[in-house]
Design a binder for this molecule. Structure first.
Ligand SMILES: Nc1ncnc2c1ncn2[C@@H]1O[C@H](COP(=O)(O)OP(=O)(O)O)[C@@H](O)[C@H]1O
Ligand SMILES: [Mg+2]
Length: 1003
């Protein structure tokens, strides 16, 4: 970064933090634009990465680029997504903690591409083995599958993700990617049955119809024509030039088998996709009383076949509602409108649940079987703020999600800034910023928030409609500064609002929502018998998705928005436990065109992505901070005291340097390890001075060695240097000549000896033969057989030593046999003669080694009563190690292979702690004053209950097992304590938390 400070006029500034006018949106935009036109799409704000979609392929993602960014300091190279990925990875490896990368931006800004780039970087840069490559392929291939089922063409993006995605990549302690886990959020199911003009349904439908093999289509009853299917043509753009459904189909088909889907799973899956298409074509007719009827519809038969549900049952389910009156069940017929509604609801439910099933399947294939410690990097690719001309329930959820993430972002950014100041011992000055908590509360507060009001309206008996919901909001939150409706607005605002609209003043700007459909979408009502019908399916996926244990409609399921709210709470929890990194994506224009930078559009995004806000926080105190060593290394030529070498500490050097440069006391602060500079101009002045100085230095050095303008001393010095150099070189050359002459002689003699090696001893070969003898005997000494069994491995002698070697061999074998016979015990005799040899000789490779190792009755005092494999965590650093835990009558032993690593007499066992959660950890506490003891044992055991029961019976220690909540203290050694913290979460993990405790998260 420093290296490019010089190029700032041409390429703008690589880090916005160095922008002098950092509060000016125009200056911010100018910098972004300048860089964009030079194809520099990445810019930092500190460690946050701003990325502008180039809408063209740039040559910056090659393997060579990846190599360049691997293991390099963040600020040494131009900004890049690889730099961020690499830094997150390296911090994780060195600090053993968990991280997440939050990628945000509006639809089409490049979030999904960014997350793919990060994944590809890890796939290339992480250590690999055959097993890990397998995991890597699955991680990479889960993408096209999820995109096929969860992405669609919208007006904003031809490959728009219609679900939120959080993906954990799990690494072992060597940095290998060992597993992954995906959480998905709120799939936009309404797209299955309806698409706006210019938009498409999910890709998979078109891929199947366009790319599916003839046989498959025949089996599914499909025609190769998208126009034939109602659910595919409402947007009137089944074909899109940028999308090749045929080749995408091939990719997806292949990926499905790599992620472990069986052929029957795949068959069932496509059966479902096809049945949704058939379902869309089902038509209802009204009978004389206006009720919906189905006249032996062909589409119906296909659905029935593919889902494995009797036709009659399916027909009844689509045309009737089941009502329970006291103990009786009555079927009430649907009107045609109702039937269409029920059909669409069923299609949405089938698709939505199948999508969740698929995510689970992918997770199973990515699961890391090894429960020992791992650290993770999470990738969050979630929908950004969405503002359309008409905004509905989906936009409300999406924008609420962004409010929550902004909350988290503010909290974490401010916190990390504050922590850095604290760590460096610099006073924290409060930063003024807009806290969007007020909007989050407006949406989610219990009883009073919009979500509560919406749920109340959905659940209450009586005639609730979208309009009564609007009235309720007006009544309850009418006075809120961030909420307005047609009725509440002043005259001017009222003109911009329809009667059924409400407007929220989000932190990113105003969004007007049309209230129509809110209740319906929130209820996501699937008539009860719809579910019951699905339960009869023979299609294994549908069967799994509609389990018979699902609570019936007597207990209402949670509404969509409440489920979403809860999943966001879960997400926040996951993220709060990790270190954040941010990528903010920006869309340069609406036309998806390369090279076009739409100022108004970008300005809007800069605003709502909170970039100015973030910059303000980062710049609140100081624009620039660097470790003393790095700063001194670069700028030391600027001060005679620090150039060429500074003898003291780096901090003192920097102090001396800036004193010389005349920094004023309010322009900088000295932290513990870093210098903080308040204004970029101070840094730029220093950098400019450095450039001038560098030039001067270079000229001086050149002049000195060319000897042009120098006289006197310099000339003499140069002459002396040349003289000394000449003498020294002469001496070295003479020595070399002598060495070579000697070598020639030796080699000649050796060759002559070799040629005459079969002649009787003479002067030509005597030295050579002596060498051969000596060499053989020495090698023989080092390679003598170790046991009688190895007697055939005698070193082959050279011809002149054949006889000697025979004699030596005989003597040596006799010696070995005598030694063996004398040393053998009666047990050994038995062992060799009978059982063991019958069992293993010639069958198991390492049997010969066992022969020379006597068997013992036991290797520990007293026979073992119980033994179980465990993972032991080091008291310092918590590295996991595989061990065997053995209980004898007197003591517990921790054993590695045949070595006892630690033993605990039951008399010094103070107690055993386990948590109340579902993990499998146990901590053995030992008495400190026993000097033989090393400290407490932190263990993980898959057979926890069995092991503890055995221990309590054998050691008679029923009273010493404690079930604890939260945290367990243990002794690292007498006087030094450590902690294991237990909590439950969304995924099970074991890692070293920020506070140095071992964190055990269980499901
Ligand atoms: N770094 C990039 N280089 C080249 N093209 C990109 C890049 N990022 C995005 N794009 C283009 O923009 C399109 C939309 O990007 P995508 O990541 O799907 O957006 P989002 O996930 O934010 O909605 C991509 O299909 C691709 O054509
Ligand atoms: Mg996307």
């Amino acid at each position: 970064m420093e290296a490019s400070l010089t190029a700032r006029d041409r390429v703008g500034i690589q880090d916005f933090v160095l922008l002098d006018t950092y509060t000016s949106e125009t200056a911010f935009l100018d910098n972004l634009r300048k860089r964009f036109h030079e194809n520099l799409i990445y810019t930092y704000i500190g460690t946050l990465l701003v990325s502008v979609n180039p809408y063209k392929e740039l040559d910056i993602y090659s393997k060579k680029q990846m190599d360049t960014y691997m293991g390099v300091n963040f600020f040494e190279l131009p900004p890049h997504i690889y730099a961020l990925a690499d830094n997150a990875f390296r911090t994780m490896m060195s600090e053993f903690n968990n991280h997440f990368i939050l990628i945000s931006g509006e639809s089409g800004a490049g979030k999904t591409e960014a997350s793919k780039k990060i994944l590809q970087f890890y796939a290339v840069s992480c250590p690999s083995t055959k097993v890990l490559n397998n995991v890597r392929d699955r991680l990479l291939l889960s993408n096209p599958v999820l995109e096929a089922f969860g992405n669609a063409k919208t007006l904003k993006n031809d490959n728009s993700s219609r679900f939120g995605k959080y993906m954990d990549i799990q690494f072992d302690h060597q940095g290998g990617a060992v597993g992954g886990h995906i959480l998905s959020y709120l799939l936009e199911k309404s797209r299955v049955v309806h698409q706006n003009h210019g938009e498409r349904n999910f890709h998979i439908f078109y891929q199947l119809v366009e790319g599916g093999e003839e046989d498959l289509l025949r089996w599914l009853g499909l025609e190769r024509n998208c126009k034939h299917y109602r659910y595919l043509v409402q947007g009137k753009c089944a074909k899109v030039s940028s999308i090749n459904d045929k080749s995408d189909w091939k990719t997806v088909r292949k990926a499905l088998s790599v992620i472990d889907l069986s052929e029957s799973d795949i068959e069932n899956l496509f059966g479902i996709i096809a049945s949704v298409l058939h379902m869309g074509n089902i038509k209802f007719e009204a009978d004389a009383r206006g009720y919906a009827t189905l006249n032996n519809n062909q589409e119906m038969q296909w659905v029935s076949k593919l889902l494995g549900i009797p036709n009659q049952v399916l027909q009844q389910g689509l045309t009737h509602r089941k009502i329970e009156a006291k103990s009786e069940e009555v079927f009430s017929p649907f009107s045609v409108d109702h039937a269409v509604y029920a059909r669409d609801a069923l299609a949405k439910a089938i698709y939505g649940r199948t999508f969740s099933w698929l995510v689970n399947k992918i997770n199973e294939s990515l699961a890391n079987m090894d429960s020992s410690r791992k650290t993770v990097i999470g990738l969050l690719d979630i929908y950004g703020f969405e503002v359309f001309s008409v905004n509905s329930f989906e936009q409300f959820c999406i924008n609420y999600c962004n409010e929550k993430l902004q909350q988290l972002f503010i909290e974490l950014t401010l916190k990390s800034e504050q922590e850095e100041y604290e760590m460096e011992g610099i006073e924290w000055e409060p930063v003024p910023y807009f806290n969007n908590k007020i909007i989050c509360d407006l949406v989610e507060e219990k009883f009073r928030g919009i979500i509560s009001l919406l749920d109340e309206e959905c659940l209450r008996p009586g005639e609730a409609t979208d309009l009564t919901f609007l009235e309720k909001m007006e009544d309850k939150i009418g006075g809120h500064p961030h909420f307005v409706t047609h009725k509440l607005a002043d005259q001017k605002t009222r003109k911009t609002l329809e009667r059924g609209d409400f407007r929220l003043l989000h932190y990113a700007g105003e969004v007007t929502y049309c209230v129509v459909g809110f209740l319906d979408k929130n209820n996501d009502l699937l008539y009860r018998n719809g579910k019951e019908v699905m339960r009869q399916s023979k299609n294994a996926i549908i069967k799994h998705c509609f389990p018979s244990t699902e609570p019936d409609s007597k207990r209402r399921p949670e509404t969509v928005v409440t489920q979403f709210k809860n999943s966001l709470v879960g997400l926040t929890e996951i993220l709060m436990m990790k270190e954040p990194w941010y990528v903010r994506c920006i869309k340069p224009n609406e036309a998806k065109q390369p090279g076009h930078f739409d100022d108004v559009l970008v300005r809007h995004q800069v605003k709502y992505l909170g970039l100015m806000e973030h910059l303000r926080v980062r710049r609140a105190g100081f624009a620039y901070r660097r470790k003393y060593e790095i700063f001194l290394q670069r700028y030391k030529p600027l001060c005679p005291d620090t150039w060429p070498n500074w003898k003291g500490t780096a901090a003192e050097g920097v102090r001396c340097l800036i004193k010389h440069l005349g920094y004023k006391s309010d322009e900088y602060k000295m932290g513990r390890t870093k210098i903080f500079i308040r204004h970029p101009r101070t840094l730029f002045a220093t950098e400019d001075a450095f450039q001038v100085c560098k030039h001067k230095l270079a000229t001086r050095i050149q002049a000195k060695y060319k000897g042009y303008k120098v006289k006197g001393n310099y000339v003499k010095q140069r002459e002396a240097a040349t003289k000394i150099e000449t003498c020294w070189r002469g001496l070295m050359a003479r020595r070399e000549r002598q060495r070579r002459a000697w070598a020639v002689k030796v080699i000649k003699k050796f060759i002559k000896g070799f040629m005459n090696r079969h002649q009787p001893a003479c002067t030509d070969n005597s030295e050579y033969l002596a060498y051969v003898r000596h060499s053989y005997l020495t090698r023989l000494k080092e390679n003598l057989p170790k046991t009688v069994l190895e007697k055939d491995s005698w070193l082959t002698p050279p011809p002149i030593l054949q006889e000697v070697s025979q004699v030596l061999k005989k003597i040596y074998i006799r010696h070995m046999v005598r030694k063996y016979v004398l040393g053998i015990t009666p047990q050994r005799k038995a062992q060799v003669q009978s059982v063991t040899s019958a069992l293993f000789k010639g069958k198991k490779e390492n049997y010969p080694f066992s022969v020379c190792r006597p068997f013992a009755d036991t290797r520990i005092s007293g026979p073992p009563q119980y033994s179980v494999p465990v993972v032991k965590y080091d008291r310092n650093g918590f590295r996991p190690r595989l061990r065997q835990l053995i209980f004898t009558q007197e003591a517990a032993y921790l054993v590695e292979e045949a070595k006892i690593k630690q033993w605990i007499d039951y008399s010094s066992l103070k107690g055993v702690s386990v948590s109340n959660l579902s993990d499998n950890f146990l901590i053995l506490h030992v008495t400190c004053d026993d000097s033989k003891q090393k400290g407490d044992l932190v263990l993980q055991c898959d057979f926890l209950f069995e092991a503890l029961t055995k221990l309590s019976v054998i050691a008679n220690k029923q009273n010493c097992i404690h079930v604890v909540q939260g945290s367990v203290r243990f002794d690292i050694q007498p006087g030094r304590e450590g902690f294991v913290d237990f909590k439950s979460g969304q995924e099970s993990m074991v890692y070293r938390a920020k506070n140095g405790h071992l964190m055990v998260v269980s499901l």
